[in-house]
Design a protein around this ligand. Structure first.
Ligand SMILES: Nc1ncnc2c1ncn2[C@@H]1O[C@H](COP(=O)(O)OP(=O)(O)OP(=O)(O)O)[C@@H](O)[C@H]1O
Ligand SMILES: [Mg+2]
Length: 270
């Protein structure tokens, strides 16, 4: 490493403009006669890691569901690769907050991963090697034959992530995926998701209540405001990658952005 690189600040030039993969064009949503979202316009770049924060009920999950095609907008358009989203698709995977409900209790860990491979039509003979590779990726090689009920919460969440990766998704939608986990497991999974996003080039839309998690993971943090839900502000995170749980979180730019976001959330909850 050159002296210049060694002393270079972790805060770098703005990220290069990315081609948009997901576009919200003046998307609004009314459900059961209630205005849920005011018009939202937002572009998410191919390969971008976007984190969404905001108070409870501001529409974070709703945005995720719109990308997934689980809700259709009442006005405006959600475009995926230039075409309107019309329903769920195989190349978009979702990691739900409630991993308990997302796994099949009567299938082993290997069986749960296999399900996703069956869904994409992978021939039976090719599945065992792929299952083994995916379980190794999330550190579950020694638990392939266990049922979800025999796994800890962190392991179940790893399994859900492995199952999503089996889809080889272009987009990973994650809805507060680590909310129920202890701090150490949470940090380990944060780093796994970062490594997987970097190696696969997947676009990630990550909902969290945890502002530090949003900064640590994201290329950008989108802050929403409630009643009705709308984008209040966006923050570029210009911290270098790969991120590191100690040095990134101690970096002055991390701390500055953390303060800005905390002030922002406090103000929007006032
Ligand atoms: N199917 C529905 N019918 C009517 N209202 C709904 C429906 N789904 C969500 N809402 C409302 O839309 C608003 C946004 O909900 P959403 O679940 O997106 O919030 P959120 O930001 O994910 O909140 P939390 O942080 O608590 O998960 C809430 O006021 C919620 O009550
Ligand atoms: Mg939610």
């Amino acid at each position: 490493m050159t002296a210049r690189a060694a002393t270079a600040p972790a805060s770098l030039a703005p990220p290069a403009a990315r081609e948009p993969l997901i576009r919200f064009r003046a998307v609004e949503l009314t459900l059961a006669g209630r205005r849920i979202l005011d018009p939202i316009s937002l572009d998410i770049g191919r390969g971008e890691f976007v984190c969404v924060v905001g108070p409870s009920g501001c529409g974070k999950t709703t945005l995720l569901r719109l990308i997934a095609g689980l809700y259709l907008p009442s006005g405006g358009q959600v475009l995926y690769d230039g075409k309107p989203v019309s329903g769920p698709r195989q190349d978009i995977a979702i990691v739900f907050q409630d991993y308990g409900k997302a796994l099949l209790p009567w299938r082993t860990a290997a069986g749960n991963v296999s399900l996703a491979l069956e869904a994409i039509g992978m021939p039976r003979a090719e599945r065992p090697a792929r299952i083994a590779a995916l379980l190794a990726t999330v550190g579950l090689s020694n638990h392939a034959d266990k049922f979800p009920g025999q796994l800890s919460g962190g392991m179940q969440q790893r399994l859900q992530i492995a199952r999503c990766l089996a889809q080889a998704p272009s987009v990973l939608l994650m809805d507060e995926p680590f909310g129920a986990l202890d701090a150490m497991t949470r940090q380990a999974l944060q780093d796994e998701v970062l490594a997987l996003a970097a190696s696969s080039g997947a676009t990630v839309f990550f909902v969290t209540h945890d502002l530090e998690e949003a900064i640590y993971l994201g290329d950008r943090v989108v802050a929403l405001r409630p009643n009705p839900g709308r984008v209040a502000d966006m923050f570029d995170v210009r911290l270098s990658r790969p991120r590191d749980q100690l040095t990134t979180r101690e970096h002055p730019d991390f701390l500055r952005l953390r303060r800005t976001l905390f002030d922002f959330i406090k103000e929007s909850e006032a």
